[in-house]
Design a protein around this ligand. Structure first.
Ligand code: WT7
Length: 655
């Protein structure tokens, strides 16, 4: 492995937790010791301590039919009861659950008692429509309190939700409704996005229109929240206004217990090719790990913290760290409807100041775009309430990590870089903020009770200082239970590669540093091979972004006659540098910069200066499309892009 290039591993800055932080931290190092002694016993203890079981479980893990796991299988619980009623019964009904901020600046505070009341009414409405155990309900909503209530009401009656991100098209919505055979859709007229109302109901109408025979006939009703006040078409008998049916329903509703393995939700991953995968999660194990990790990784003190996870409920982060984890913990959280830059680029920092946010969880792509705008913007707001910062979704380059800590954390708040996936359901690899000495750019260690490794193609541990494939070596409570309707694809995608070892193959490349800490290197499909040298896109991007002229960068491996693959970079430059230099001059500078930083082999063959990068709605760069451009092919399927026009802009700039 000596040919591997270790730019990221040369990162030597370390940050130990402060004495004050350690003194108040929820989790200490003893958690690792306890989990090591008895892993299953450890999870059983978390499940009993953190959740209410209507019927206590006696079995912990059933792994007799791998990879189909069952956790706490003979136990019974109600997920919605755990997120709502029990807090009210414990006397915390007046605690604010949701501090909701609309994009135009309207706001609402919803207490646990109020949210419980709303969910009970909606649960009665659902049951009145015949929705119950095992039925599928599609949720297509903006970030408003009703969206959270909808998820919890579906869970409460034992049905299965499939949340579809509000930015998805009618076609994507239709595909997801059909695959799951949803009987009900819960939506809104529209929601606020980028300064205007973005309609939702018309997309639902379109998704349900022109239907022949088939599973799409499944939808019987559509419940519509009035939010955008935009005009909507109405199908009598099918469509119901939330404000007509929910307030009129009874607020008495007793949560029935369901088995721990009762399906809780299906969530489709935006997948790179082909049909989206409906990732299936169940109840007891999922809620245990989401609640546990939210508590110990984000260091949640429910009585005092104001927590804010910026993810949309359309993604797994919004499921586990907006709806389920924080509410099961009884936390108070901000729910923000709009985009970060509307109506002004300081909007998020204004929200932190307004609500006194203490725990903040966001994605590297957002951090880098704020970096690009300059530190003066966040620094003009009072961020002194912030005490924990989280990152999720992609590798965070050390420069962005340090900026995040310096500017948003005011050089005080610890950063937790959390690695996990839609499939894992909850955080798997992360620092614990009161325990771990953090390293910029590394997710570092498996959370207590989780076992991961970095292995070679044969499944053998690579040893410290080496790179390989990230695997999860033991079943975990919040693991996916399958792909909806496709058990073979489930086995094939995640379990076949290391079938003899029984490892879960995550699809990510990783390295172990000298301390045995894990550094995520990007998806293995983003790893390049240049003249027989393994290079990571993340590594070169990190180097490019470390240059003062660079705002954002994406790197792909393009096929090359002589070297196998060649490094091709797409770079967005900071305005101020573009004004003072020629693009060609800057590209040349960057090329030699990467050569200096990493080594000549990593020097990009081509650097294209562009004004935008193609991103999915969750903010992931679609390198596949950039590879098409780099290899001079016609650009492939762009339907999962946030802005489908981006590729023609880039193609024009590259020519
Ligand atoms: C993929 C999963 C986890 C919720 C949001 C994304 C990448 C995620 C990190 C991180 C490096 C990360 C991986 C993973 N990823 N978090 N902290 N460091 N990479 O969920 O859409 O299912 O994507 O995101 O490549 O496999 P997702």
């Amino acid at each position: 492995m000596s040919s591997q290039i270790d730019h990221l591993l040369n990162e030597t800055r370390h940050f130990a937790p402060s004495r004050e932080f350690v003194a108040q931290a929820v989790a200490g190092a003893d958690l690792y010791d306890r989990a090591k002694v008895d892993r299953e016993g450890f999870w059983a203890e978390q499940a009993r301590e953190l959740l209410h079981w209507h019927k206590p479980f006696t079995e912990v893990l059933d792994w007799s039919n791998p990879p189909f796991a069952q956790w706490f299988a003979d136990g019974e619980l109600n997920v919605s009861y755990n997120c709502l009623d029990r807090h009210v019964e414990a006397g915390n009904g007046d605690r604010v659950a949701l501090l909701w901020e609309g994009e135009p600046g309207d706001d609402r505070r919803v207490t646990y008692a109020e949210l419980t009341d709303e969910v009970k009414r909606l649960a009665n409405v659902l049951e009145g429509l015949g929705i119950g155990h095992g039925d599928r309900v599609a949720i297509y909503m903006p970030m408003i309190p009703e969206a959270v209530a909808a998820m919890l009401a579906v869970a409460r009656v034992g049905a299965i939700h499939s949340v579809v991100f509000g930015g998805f098209s009618a076609d994507s919505l239709r595909a997801r409704i059909d695959d799951a055979g949803a009987r009900l859709v819960i939506t809104a007229d529209g929601g606020w996005r980028k300064g205007k109302v973005s309609p939702l109901k018309p997309a639902v109408d379109q998704a349900l229109a022109d239907r022949g025979s088939g599973p799409q006939e499944s939808v019987e009703h559509v419940i519509v929240v009035k939010r955008g006040e935009n005009e909507v078409a109405w199908v009598e008998g099918r469509d119901l206004w939330w404000h007509d049916v929910v307030p009129a329903a009874s607020a008495d509703h007793t949560a029935q217990p369901f088995p721990a393995e009762n399906p809780l939700f299906i969530l489709y991953t935006s997948g790179t090719t082909g049909k989206p995968k409906g990732i299936l999660h169940t109840s007891g194990g999922y809620l245990t790990q989401a609640t546990f990790t939210n508590r110990v990784v984000h260091d949640i003190h429910p009585e005092t913290d104001v927590y804010w996870c910026t993810a949309d409920i359309g993604w797994i982060t919004g499921h586990s760290y907006v709806t389920y984890g924080p509410l099961a913990n009884g936390a108070t959280q901000v729910l923000y409807e709009g985009t970060p830059e509307t109506p002004h680029p300081g909007r998020w920092w204004e929200v932190i100041e307004k609500y006194g946010v203490s725990v903040f969880y966001t994605a590297p792509t957002a951090i880098r775009s704020f970096m690009k705008l300059g530190r003066q913007i966040p620094q003009s707001f009072d961020l002194s309430s912030v005490r924990v910062l989280g990152s999720v979704g992609e590798p965070i380059n050390p420069e962005a990590w340090v900026w995040y800590r310096d500017v948003i954390g005011e050089d005080r708040a610890p950063i937790v870089d959390t690695w996990w996936q839609t499939e894992t359901g909850a955080i798997m690899i992360s620092a614990l903020p009161g325990v771990t000495v953090t390293k910029p750019g590394a997710a570092q260690v498996a959370v207590p009770g989780i076992s991961v490794d970095v292995v070679d193609e044969a499944g053998e541990h690579v040893g410290t200082g080496n790179g390989g494939l990230l695997v999860i070596t033991e079943p975990w409570p919040s693991m996916l239970r399958g792909i909806w309707g496709d058990p073979e694809r489930f086995v094939e995608t995640y379990w076949e590669k290391f079938a003899d070892k029984g490892f879960y193959f995550a699809g990510d490349g990783a390295r172990l540093d000298e301390d045995g800490d894990v550094w995520l290197m990007g998806r293995v499909d983003d790893v390049m091979n240049v003249s027989g040298h393994r290079l990571s896109t993340a590594e070169i991007e990190s180097s490019l972004v470390a240059h003062e002229a660079t705002a954002e960068a994406a790197v792909v491996g393009a096929s090359d006659e002589t070297t196998g693959q060649a490094v091709v970079a797409f770079v967005i430059l900071k305005e101020s540098f573009l004004k003072a230099h020629t693009p060609d001059g800057l590209a040349a500078q960057l090329r030699s910069w990467v050569g200096e930083q990493i080594g000549p082999i990593a020097r990009p063959r081509d650097i294209y200066i562009v004004s935008e990068l193609p991103k999915t709605r969750s903010g992931k760069i679609m390198r596949r499309l950039l590879r098409d451009v780099a290899e001079g092919r016609e650009v492939g399927d762009t339907t999962t892009l946030a802005d489908t026009a981006v590729m023609s802009v880039i193609s024009a700039q590259v020519k």
